[in-house]
Each structure stands twice: as C-alpha cells, then as structure tokens.
Write a protein that binds this ligand. Structure first.
Ligand code: KIV
Ligand code: ZN
Length: 517
C-alpha cells in the first residue's frame, strides 16, 4: 500500500501511543514495553506506527530503531522538529524499516511563530528547507503545522503548499491544544483541499487533542471532509486530556458505516488486548465508563436493561463484546485447571506467552486459585501484567513482608529486600501498613525519588479480589510508574513501589554513573 494510491474510502490509522501518548507525564515506557506495544499495533493492522522522537534521548532513538527492525506490516515513523539534525536522527532510526517515514513539524500559529522568533517568510523558508532535506532521505515524509487550528488560513494554505512542493506526501493538521469543534474541523480540511494547489496529490491527516472532549468527533468530521489518515492513541492516551482514542474512531466507523462509509484495516478483536496492555504499561487505568474499552461499556445492570438484553442483545447493544475481543463469559478456571487450559485461556485473551513466562504465570495462577474462589479473565490479565513488570533479574526484589495492623497504631512492617542479590532485613513503623512497608524500603534502600501518585484498583468484585496498584515516582525530572497485583493490597503496594524503584535504577544506569548504594 502506498499513501497516495489508497482507495477513496480507506482511512489510514496512524497510532502515536508510543510518541504523543508516551509524552504524557508518568506514562514513560521501557524499551521492551515499547516493543511489545509496537508488535501488537503491527499485528492488529495499524497502518503507521509513530514509534517515538529519536532526537529526544538515546532510549527513544533505540526504541524507534528496534521497532523499525521488528514491524512486519506497518510504516514506521519517527518525529523530528524542523531542523536537519533532528531529521537526520529520525532517519537513522527509521531507515531500518522496509517502510520508513519521517514526520517533521513546526508550530505555525502566531503564538508559535513568536516563540521561534521567525516571521512568516522566515518560517516558510525553514519549512521548505527541512521538508526538502527529509525528502532527500526518505520518500515517505509527513509534515505538520503544529497548532494548525489556530493558524491564519492564508498562511496555513501557503505553508501547506510549500511543504507539498518540497515533497511531503502526508500533510497532518494538528489541533494541538484541543481547541477546535467538529464543524470547524471539517471546514478546515475542506478549505485546504479546495485552496491548496497539489492538495489532491497527498494524504491529509487529522491529529486531535481532547481538551474539550471533542477529539473523536473532530477527527471523524475531518474524515467526512476528506482527511484520510486519523492520528490516535490506544485508550486516548496523551498529554493533558489525551488524543483521539483509536478504539473510538475505529468502532465508530465500523458501527456507523451507514453514515460514515469508510474502512480501516484494524482487526477490532485485538482492541481490548491493546487497551489492557497500554493501561498496564502506562499505569493510566481506563475509566469505568470509557467508550468501547471501559469496564462498564458492555455491562447491563439495571433490571430493564437486563430483561431487554436477555430477549434480544440488540435492544441495548450496538456492538458485540466479541467485536473488540471480549469473550462472552469471563469466568475461567479453578485450582484444578492445568497449564494447557491456562495457555488456551490466555490465548483467547490475546496473550501468547513464551514458555518461561507461562510457567511463572501458572505458578501465580495456582497460588491465586488457592486463595480466591473464582478466577476471572481480569484476574489473569492482572497476573500477566504483574509477571511482565516484576522480574527475577531486578536489582531490588521483595523477599518477605509481614505487617502488624490494628486499631491502636502505629503499624509495623518487617521486610526482607534483596538488593543486587543480597538479602537485607529491617523493621519499620508507619501511618498504616502501606506507609510502614514503604518506610522499610526507604530505610534499606535510601533514595531521593518522590512518590507522585499511589493508586489502588480492585480487579474484580468481592472481598477476595486482587488489587492492582500503580505507584508513580519522580526523580530529577524523570517520572516512572510501577505496577503490581495481588489479593493482598499491602503486598501489591510494596511490589509496585519496588517496581518503580527498579525502573528508576535502570534509567539512572543509562544516564549517569551507578547509584551510591
Ligand atoms: O499535537 C501536536 O501538534 C503534535 C505534533 C507534533 C504533530 O503532536
Ligand atoms: Zn499531539
């Protein structure tokens, strides 16, 4: 498929979870996590994966390069500002893909021109030079006038024309601050298609932020007006209120194909898996009533609804749970279920684990089934996420925890923590068992990192439910999120805290000499 030859009704899906999504404070992902997400996006039929911003850091560069090497179908795109250094770096990373793309951008609105101190002519020259440079390296170049929705129309037409003449093959129109509304979004694309010479030779893309809750509506309106690429993220992850959610635009185009007759190449049955994966890795849980992927999106609690559903599912359901990869029944197995049954169930849920990871999840599944009457799909998903984030080779490992709780505090924690393979034990007190456990970690492994967020969610109903805990920590401007799941909330909290510290340790080792401990 080439961008310019796509069928008239085909809308390209450009996923920027790994770039715009990862820019969201606290959503930082490790190298392996990025590769895992990219593999799934590729597998589910995303047309273009924006894998990162190669000049931003060595880690970003390596992630884009390795995703470029691994992706089988998708175009792999790297972001670059309007500078030859940025563009060269992006090219060095994406050139390993059989289908590379360079995406270069500059803020064109009066506010952004003010920041760059360029006047209209100066910026126009820079756009011409940088797009030409990118096109000399790569025959697939995307150009974005950042803050397009607040750029004067005449100037926007002028710079879009320059970018097309310089060789851009996709023109992306960002609503950077989530300011536009559906009618205006459509009118802007229509205006550009009508006024800019050569506009019919390139693909127009829409990139919407959700500050006013209109990102999905704005993207679909742009498509109606002629845009043929939607930029989006899984779960709508992204800075501030996020980006257009992939699952929303894809399912809207599918369910309302009668009034929006456009096709995407997405295998929608992988949507739920992608949503869970991104929520788990980023530590940004999906709100219960989130469209398509929220826990309640297919739940029918009220009597009237349940009655209608039993008679005819279409009474209250406009799509089937299976359309997005949710199985009809979520009750799985008990403690007698074997490894093969677990493998099959995980496969249904979209996880094909390597033998060693399956072995680890199986041990944890057995332990969970001993403690918990019913093990649901969501329990298994939490176990898989936990086994992926808390690994045996981690620098810090929780060996043993005992807490003493009661109405007449302070609470106490006895902790054994392995630090670089050597066990250390200590007793600590705190204002509650979680605080006591965290204090014990701080005493054994003193650190400057600040706890920025502590969040607990029950995975399923019932007092024996597993808790998933997210711990976000900040050190020297870097934010990481640790995760864990357990039926014991204090254990899950401790392991999530230690997971966050391990991520900071890995980051430190990459950026400066080893920590003092
Ligand atoms: O929101 C935005 O303007 C962007 C650009 C870099 C395309 O993310
Ligand atoms: Zn953006």
């Amino acid at each position: 498929m080439t961008d310019t030859k796509q069928a008239q009704d085909r809308v390209l899906i450009f996923d920027t979870t790994l770039r715009d999504g990862e820019q969201s404070p606290g959503a930082t992902m490790t190298h392996d996590e990025k590769l895992e997400i990219a593999a799934l996006l590729d597998d589910m039929g995303v047309d273009i994966i924006e894998a990162g911003f190669p000049i931003a850091s060595e880690g970003d560069f390596e992630a884009v390069r390795d995703i470029a090497k691994l992706a089988k179908r998708a175009v792999i795109c790297g972001l670059a500002r309007a500078s030859t250094t940025d563009i060269d770096r992006a090219w060095e990373a994406v050139k390993h893909s059989p289908r590379p793309r360079i995406h270069t951008f500059i803020g064109t609105s009066p506010l952004h021109r003010g920041i760059t101190s360029l006047d209209q002519d100066g910026m126009a020259e820079q756009i011409h030079a940088t797009v030409t440079h990118a096109r000399n390296l790569c025959d697939n170049v995307q150009w974005s006038p950042m803050d397009a929705t607040r750029t004067e129309h005449d100037y926007l037409c002028r710079v879009v024309e320059i970018a097309i003449k310089a060789g851009a093959t996709t023109i992306n129109i960002p609503d950077t601050v989530g300011y536009t509304a559906p009618r205006e979004s459509a009118a802007l694309i229509a205006m550009l298609l009508e006024r800019v010479p050569g506009a019919d030779e390139v693909v127009f893309a829409t990139h919407c932020h959700n500050d006013l809750g209109m990102a999905t509506a704005n993207a679909l309106a742009a498509v109606d007006a002629g845009a043929r690429q939607i930029e989006c993220t899984i779960n709508g992850l992204g800075e501030r209120a996020g980006n257009t959610a992939l699952e929303e635009v894809v399912m809207a185009l599918r369910v309302r194909n009668d009034i929006m007759p456009y096709q995407t190449g997405i295998d929608t049955t992988k949507i739920m898996q992608a949503s869970r994966l991104v929520a788990g890795i980023s530590g940004f849980p999906v709100q219960f009533n989130k469209a398509i992927v929220g826990k309640n999106a297919f739940a029918h609690e009220s009597g009237i609804h349940q009655d209608g559903m039993l008679k005819n599912a279409e009474t209250f359901e406009i799509m089937r749970p299976t359309d997005i990869g949710l199985s009809e029944t979520s009750l799985v197995m008990g403690k007698h279920s074997g490894r093969a049954a677990l493998r099959a169930k995980l496969h249904d849920l979209g996880y094909d684990l390597a033998d060693n990871q399956l072995g680890d999840v199986f041990v944890r599944f057995k332990a969970l089934a001993d403690r918990k009457k019913e093990v649901y799909d969501d329990d298994l998903v939490a176990l898989v996420a936990d086994s992926a984030t808390n690994a045996e080779h981690d620098y810090l490992q929780v060996k043993r925890l005992r807490v003493v709780c009661g109405t007449d505090g302070p609470q106490e924690a006895e902790l054994t923590l392995a630090i670089d393979g050597v066990d250390h034990s200590i007793d600590a007190t705190g204002d509650g068992p979680v605080d006591a456990a965290f204090n014990a970690v701080r005493m054994l492994y003193p650190h400057e990192a600040r706890l920025a967020l502590y969040q607990v969610h029950a995975v399923t109903e019932g007092t024996d439910a597993q808790a998933t805990v997210s711990v976000r920590m900040e050190e020297a401007g870097h934010i990481v999120t640790g995760q864990s799941a357990d039926t014991d909330t204090v254990v899950a909290s401790l392991r999530a805290y230690v997971n966050a510290l391990n991520k900071l340790i890995v980051r430190r080792q990459k950026t400066r000499p080893a920590a003092a401990f």
